[in-house]
Write a protein that binds this ligand. Sequence first.
Ligand code: HC1
Length: 568
Amino acid sequence: MVTLKIDGHDVLVEKNATILQAAEKAGLKIPTLCYHPALRPDGNCRVCVVEVAGARSLMAACIAPVTDKMVVNTNTPLVREARRTNLELILANHPLECPTCKRNLNCELQQLALDMGVSEVHYQGRQRELPMDTSSPALVREPDKCIYCGRCVRVCSDVQAVNALDFFNRGFDTEVGPPPGYNLNDSVCVQCGQCATTCPVGAIYEKSVVDDVWQAIADPNKHVVVQAAPAVQVSIAEALGLEPGTPMAGKMAAALRRLGFDRVFTTEFTADLTILEEGTELLGRLKNNGALPLITSCSPGWIKFIEHNFPELLENLSTCKSPQQMFGALAKTYYAEKNGIDPSKIYSVSLMPCTAKKYEAARPEMNSSGYRDVDAVITTRELARMIHEASLDINKLADEQFDAPFGMLTGAATIFGTTGGVAEAALRTLYELVNGQEMPTMEYEPVRGLDGIKESSVNLGGTDVKIAVTSGLANAREVLNRVKNGEAEYHFIEIMACPGGCIGGGGQPIKNGSDNRVARAASIYKVDAANRVRKSHENSAVKQLYKEYLGEPNSHKAHDLLHTHYTP
Ligand code: HC1
């Protein structure tokens, strides 16, 4: 431990701490911009500079290590002047289009200018007028708005191990993006949107289809259904200014009806269905020496990652489509037939915490209903925008239920929204079906929590089934390398592309560097615990679907509609 003095206060910190961490410990706020708590610090924006006694120049607090007896001042005239100058230099090259920017009122650069009292820019900058990249179905890049903080580059390389983005050229010609000559869509980008949630400004964001959805809602010839993903119900609150983690399923269902959707359903219905399909697949592979480990397939960013990076393991993927796509296929077949609706008139919207779900819905193979199974995917952020556009005060709405039949859900489906949830839901069902009794406790702690890699083992019918759960693609890469190199043997691996699973998805609310995943996950588990039915095989509407339509799990019909194959 070392002791240093910051603004006259003694602070005791670990000897490898930075000045920024020491200041935080002392309750002192140093402004930052290129710094993000989840990322390796880089120190390139110089907004966090401080004065250190005896140093020849100001130091960037986010990277400067503390030393014993160091004396730091964070708020001197020299420091304030330097920070303002650095910020003004960034603003001089940044288009000042705040009112029409996607990040207006939620922009770290805008907030810093306000906090530092910068109301004028004294430098002549240069606007670049670089072309926008709209090639991806999920994301839009506006290079002109980039402030070169490098947060997107670091999250893409360090957290996701995707390496789709980097710095190119030098000086005024510096660019951040995919390699020259490539756009997002033809690069190795997996469309996870982690760049969008870590960007401090509006340089990269989801490709919005809100106007298409409004148009479909206004069309009297369209029957517009919406499925809401489990992670959205515990995160939409933040985007509407409410306490992080507030569960909102009931109010969200009410709001979706007020927005004009004809039927309001939940993806949890097909999450339960996934457990029956994927669980049956796992038991089949265990029995018949099939490709093991079986790896989950519901996270589309992960699917794109394995296609690019581990094509030799594609046979290990579950053939199950994601719950989103199962829902889409059933909406235009089973639901359409059951309700006498022409499937060509159904417009199927999904509400997701994820940008990659937009890409998944657009994949060519996702049309087993004979139509595009999912027509439009909106993120949590886009739903918040629709609610604002409609001037709805969600607080004033009473809770409402989802519609039948795809509104029926169990607690097992709700926990899909956080890392470990798919594995836990699968175990609740498989344990009971194979061992003939309920799991000793419904809460399976070894797969809970936000650790990037979790391992466990459960005895199913005399076999110790080894499980790994991982989220964040750098962790997935590590687990798969262990499997490939024979350093680990698993029977089942749950992989979610985003750190923490869908609660940490790239379409989730952005709150200037604050991490609300813990509150969102806690809320998911509370919603599960409060549900009377907590096992997927007890979902009565899923049972009815098998009885009326699919036959049994992994039947021919189920395979036609609910399964697919991925090729390198
Ligand atoms: Fe997810 Fe899933 S849990 S992938 O995280 O399997 O996006 O929430 O909807 O499809 O159910 C996302 C969330 C979501 C699917 C389910």
